[in-house]
Structure formats: structure tokens, C-alpha cells
Design a protein around this ligand. Structure first.
Ligand code: ADP
Ligand code: TRP
Length: 324
């Protein structure tokens, strides 16, 4: 660990295949940060238990997410990669935090509110979600948390918790800051809503050619004819071009929209072609790790050992402070 560098930490839940919203909204940031930060990236398998109830599925999805992390270019020489459940200390810290926060404070959390306003009963795990996330962030002393907009509230709650703990037991944890990429904070799905595993509107990052083609061709547009001028900023296809399509082609496409002459069908075909060019190198990397499970196991072992050493030292301090 480099003492001069700040520490950034983030995670994704292994709740299904990652989509391009996850990639551009979060995962790509991780890759960009690995040279400038001490970076910790993990598989949030404890958090996934709020929705995944099959042991087999959770195990497979957790492993797949590790492959995805490696495929997008996270370098195990630079990043500490681990599974959340390799450090059960986070659940112990969660309990200690639980004894500091109130139910009304947790009732404000979006994930909980969304569920209960829909009339669905939340599990205690879902209710407690932000507290577990706070433990994830503060235990390895993270300064920065790269996340999508929907996660900002959790980082804010983490800061509040840190202040509470520090006020009660003395200066122990740092207040973390979220890092969001404003300009592309929310990536639309094929139906124009926020792309999300739960809405069935995703473009799967590592989908097969056929799956990606199907998703791109199903992106919802208005019914303007190819010859009519169109506003690129209102088009869900163009929103994804902006992420993938290189210049000068992007400007040409924008011009085709504004002046008319470019139809949505052609715009989608170009998007598909560009997507496949973009994903091919990452697919090859993923295949390499798929075929070499021993290497993956070794990477995970090393990640676990490194993070355990960091977290155990901090937890010792916490236990002393709270009197355990
Ligand atoms: P999902 O909504 O598909 O279940 P997650 O909640 O697992 O996605 O999100 C994992 C990460 O990806 C989070 O940091 C989240 O903010 C980011 N993310 C998810 N969907 C999008 C999106 N459509 N646009 C931008 N970022 C996203
Ligand atoms: N809650 C995050 C999500 O749904 C995943 C997560 C768990 C996380 N612990 C974290 C993200 C700590 C950043 C830091 O996307």
C-alpha cells in the first residue's frame, strides 16, 4: 500500500450479469482509478443475500463477477480484489453501528422506502443494508467511493454514522466522499428507464452477439422517419453511442440526427458494430481467466490475505474502543 495515495473502495452485488449501465456507471471508474489510488474492489455477496436466496446461484454469480472484474482490466497487481464475505468483520462492525443508529434514521433509506411504499415487507437485512455498506467502506479506511447516483445516499449515511461513532468513542473512522461521473450518471435501458437488472431492460456487458443484437435492436425510439430531423439528446440509442462510438463517427451520427437522413435502424446497426468492437478485447480476457481457474483462485487468495490484514487491525481498535 502506498501511504501517499488516497484509498478508494467500491463493490458490486453479484445479483446477475452486469450490464453496460454497471460498466459505464461504475466498473469503468474502478479501472481508471487503479493507477492513482490504493484501490479496493469487492464482490458484495453479503449484500446480495437481500435478494439472492439460492446458495448455488450466489456462488456462481460471485465467481462470474470476479471474472468480469478481471476482464474489464482490473489488475490484481494494483487492486485488492476480494469477496465481502472473506471479511466477516464487516458484519461485526455492522452490529456495533446498529446499536448507534435509530429505526427512523434507517427508514429514510431509498431502498427500504421503495419497497415498503410498494406494499412489500422488507427483511431486516434490507433495512440494515446501509449500515452494512457503511461498515464495508470505513473498515478499510476508504477516502473515496466511486458509485452511481443511486448509491449517493448510502455514502451520505456512512458519513453520518462515522460522525456518530467518532463522537461517541473518539476519532476512529474517516468520513468518505462519493465519486460520481455526473455527465453519464444514469444510463438508460432499452425502454428508456434507468438500465437495471430489475427492469429487464439491460444490454448485458458480456452478452453473446445474439443477445447484444437483440437488446440493441429493441431500444425504444419515437416513430420519426429516417429523413426527418431528430434530437440526438432525446434518443436512447444516441445516449449509448455517446459512451461507445468514437469520434469522428459520433459527430457524423449527431449530424445525421439533427439534419435528418439517419434512421433509427441504421443508428442501431452502427451501435451494434461499435459495441462488438469495444467488447471483443474484454471478452478475450474473460475467456483467458475462465480457462485458468487456478489463477483466479490465487488472485482471490492474495486479495483475501491483504484485506484481512488491514481490516483486522482496524477491528481490533474498534473492539477496544467499544469495550469488547
Ligand atoms: P441494478 O440496478 O442493475 O441492480 P446495481 O444496483 O447492482 O444495478 O448497481 C451496481 C452499480 O452500477 C452501482 O454503483 C450503480 O450505481 C451502477 N449502476 C447501475 N445501473 C446504472 C445505470 N443505469 N446507470 C449508471 N450507473 C448504474
Ligand atoms: N450497495 C452497492 C450497490 O448496490 C454495492 C456495495 C456494497 C457498495 N457495499 C459497498 C458500493 C461499498 C460501494 C462501497 O451497488
Amino acid at each position: 500500500m502506498n501511504e501517499k495515495k488516497k484509498t478508494a473502495l467500491s463493490a458490486i452485488k453479484p445479483t446477475g450479469r452486469p450490464h453496460i449501465g454497471n460498466y459505464f456507471g461504475a466498473m469503468r471508474e474502478f479501472v481508471n482509478m487503479q493507477d492513482t489510488f490504493n484501490l479496493y474492489v469487492f464482490v458484495a455477496d453479503y449484500h446480495a443475500l437481500t435478494t439472492v436466496t439460492s446458495g448455488k446461484t450466489l456462488r456462481e454469480q460471485s465467481y462470474d463477477l470476479i471474472l468480469d472484474y478481471l476482464a474489464i482490466g482490473l489488475d490484481p497487481e494494483k487492486v485488492i480484489l476480494y469477496k465481502q464475505s472473506d471479511i466477516p468483520e464487516v458484519t461485526e462492525l455492522m452490529w456495533i453501528f446498529d446499536c448507534l443508529v435509530t429505526m427512523p434514521w434507517l427508514e429514510r433509506a431509498h431502498a427500504f422506502k421503495d419497497r415498503t411504499t410498494k406494499g412489500i415487507e422488507a427483511t431486516v437485512g434490507l433495512f440494515n443494508y446501509p449500515v452494512l455498506m457503511a461498515a464495508d467502506i470505513v473498515l478499510p479506511n476508504a477516502d473515496l467511493v466511486p458509485v452511481g447516483k443511486d448509491q449517493v445516499q448510502h455514502v451520505e449515511m456512512t458519513r453520518e454514522l462515522v460522525r456518530k461513532f467518532n463522537a461517541q468513542y473518539g476519532e476512529t473512522f474517516k468520513e468518505p466522499t462519493e465519486a460520481i461521473r455526473e455527465e453519464l450518471a444514469i444510463i438508460p435501458g432499452t425502454d428508456g428507464q434507468k438500465m437495471s437488472k430489475s427492469y429487464g431492460n439491460i444490454i448485458p456487458l458480456f452478452g453473446t452477439d445474439a443477445e447484444i443484437k437483440k437488446a440493441i435492436m429493441s431500444i425504444v425510439t419515437d416513430s420519426k422517419e429516417p429523413s426527418e430531423p431528430k434530437n440526438p439528446e432525446e434518443c436512447n440509442v444516441f445516449a449509448i453511442h455517446k459512451l461507445i462510438t468514437p469520434e469522428p463517427q459520433l459527430s457524423e451520427i449527431r449530424k445525421g440526427y439533427l439534419e435528418g437522413g439517419l434512421g433509427y435502424g441504421d443508428s442501431k446497426k452502427m451501435l451494434l458494430e461499435n459495441y462488438l468492437a469495444f467488447i471483443t478485447p474484454m471478452r478475450e480476457k474473460r475467456k483467458y481467466y475462465e480457462e485458468n481457474p487456478g489463477i483466479v483462485r490465487q488472485i482471490l487468495d492474495e486479495g483475501r490475505q491483504k484485506i484481512q490484514a488491514i481490516v483486522r487491525a482496524k477491528m481490533k481498535e474498534v473492539r477496544e474502543k467499544v469495550g469488547l
